[in-house]
Design a binder for this molecule. Structure first.
Ligand code: ADP
Ligand code: ASP
Ligand code: MG
Length: 437
């Protein structure tokens, strides 16, 4: 049995719904379908979810949202009309309009994007509609009670196939709660784990995970095989194809994840599994993918004797902890240490943190460098392979890119370089072209 999740661009209009139906009908084992809210039909179109957030924000400030609501309503009406569906879509839209004017929560309002999409799709496929609020059970702390959710979904399944709206579930008191943005990927992973699917197919608008962000590198090659460890690194560091919370449920249940393209359904996409028999693989490439993000800050602390002192790292770490700022990397030298962290988290507390470090550690010097981008080359085949970091540093040097920081994970799964923000895209491109011929 296969569980499928379709993202917003796969559901943007009736034509895309038709593609989804052909994909589902091409394989009898495709029985459970998770849908997002309709996404953009063209580049300056709007995502339904964004419009719903906007409606809610308007009403918060007492501004009418009729124009935006009409844009949303017309998207669903036209899908229902073009596919000749029998769902009473006007009644459903009237219910949403009513909830909007009666102060429904932001989470409830935005969740209706996937809800409406799912009732249309269930009708179109002739599958049961199973509401996510019936089985995705959040705890009060915002985490999902997986065991209880899995059991509830198994109990809700009928004999037909099922369509489930992504992105939301219910709190213990019954109110609706959403995941963070892009969270329909998580709904699909939970459904796959609950139903012990043979595979979780995640259908989107690219033919799998590409070796680099297609907005930076022109036509990057798709990656055929990725391990869960590599995917975790790539998506954490910046490749935003999948919500980073997708991996844990399927990995734990030993379910392979297959990323596919709704607009190119014959393409095998990317297969993600625990491990592959690398010896049998054709490609001799050492790098699986390249990802990164801008806007990090590096706090450099130098103190004579720091390397042999005991307890200083703990004191520094406690100061960051007290301010709720996660430390991303800590490249260090003799008597000097760098704390690398996303600048967004330091907005209100940078100077307090520096002041507290000064008092607690009494360094010889402390200074901060902002505007650093982090770029990682990730690859399971880099381990124990001499010469890869040399090649990375040489290539960047030849291209006039100044490396501000270097960090390599002890598992040798990645090599991370810090460069100036303005060199970010160039670094990604240079690395891509030096490793992919
Ligand atoms: P969906 O709506 O199907 O959930 P998303 O927009 O969330 O799709 O994710 C797919 C997009 O991720 C692609 O269209 C692409 O622009 C972007 N992306 C960023 N980095 C990568 C990468 N390394 N490989 C593939 N896609 C990437
Ligand atoms: N529709 C939601 C969003 O835009 C969830 C998703 O697409 O996964 O974030
Ligand atoms: Mg997504």
């Amino acid at each position: 049995m296969k569980v499928l999740k379709f993202g917003g661009s796969s559901l943007s209009d009736a034509k895309q719904y038709q593609k989804v139906r052909s994909i589902v009908e091409a394989d009898k084992s495709r029985r459970v379908v998770i849908v997002s809210a309709p996404g953009k039909r063209f580049s300056d179109d709007h995502k339904i979810t964004d419009l719903l957030y906007l409606c809610h924000a308007h009403l918060q400030y007492g501004v009418a949202c009729d124009t935006i609501f009409e844009m949303i309503a017309e998207r669903y009406r036209s899908i229902a009309r073009d596919l000749s569906l029998s769902v009473p879509i006007d009644e459903e839209l009237a219910k949403l309009r009513d909830r909007l004017s009666h102060g429904a929560s932001q989470d409830e309002i935005v969740s209706r994007g996937e809800y409406l999409s799912a009732i249309l799709m269930a009708d179109y496929l002739g599958f049961d509609f199973i509401d996510a609020e019936r089985w995705i059970k959040f705890r009060f702390d915002g985490t999902v009670d997986r065991e209880a959710s899995y059991e509830a979904l198994r109990g809700a399944m009928g004999t037909r196939g099922a369509v489930i709206p992504g992105f939301y579930g219910a709190m213990p008191n019954g109110s609706i709660k959403t995941f963070s943005r892009g969270g329909s990927d998580i709904t699909g992973a939970l459904a796959a784990a609950a139903l012990k699917a043979d595979v979780y197919e995640n259908w989107t608008d690219v033919s799998g995970i590409l070796m680099a962000d297609p907005r930076i590198v022109e036509n990057p090659e798709p990656i055929a095989h990725v391990t869960y460890d590599e995917l975790r690194q790539l998506s954490y560091i910046g490749a935003q194809v999948l919500h980073e919370g997708t991996i844990f449920p399927v990995r734990e249940a030993g379910i392979p994840l297959n990323i596919r393209n709704t607009n190119e359904p014959e393409h095998p996409g990317t297969l993600i599994m625990e491990k592959f028999d690398d010896a049998a693989e054709q490609s001799g490439r050492f790098i699986t993918g390249i990802a990164g993000r801008r806007d990090f800050s590096v706090i450099n602390i130098t103190k004579n004797g720091l390397s042999s002192a005991v307890g200083i790292m703990r004191r520094i770490a406690e100061i960051f902890e007290a301010h709720g700022v996660p430390i991303e990397y800590t490249p260090s030298g003799i008597d000097t240490i760098n704390i690398v962290t996303a600048s967004s988290g330091l907005k209100d507390c940078l100077y307090s943190i520096m002041g507290e470090i000064e008092k607690s550690v009494q360094p010889n010097s402390i200074h901060v460098t902002e505007g650093i981008a982090v770029v990682a080359a990730v690859g399971r085949k880099m381990a124990y392979r001499p010469g890869i970091s040399g090649k990375i540093f040489a290539t960047l040097g030849e291209n006039g890119i100044n490396i501000r920081m270097i960090s390599q994970g002890p598992d040798e799964l990645n090599i991370i370089v810090g460069v100036d923000n303005r060199d970010f895209a160039k670094t990604v491109r240079v690395l891509y072209h030096s490793f992919v011929k």
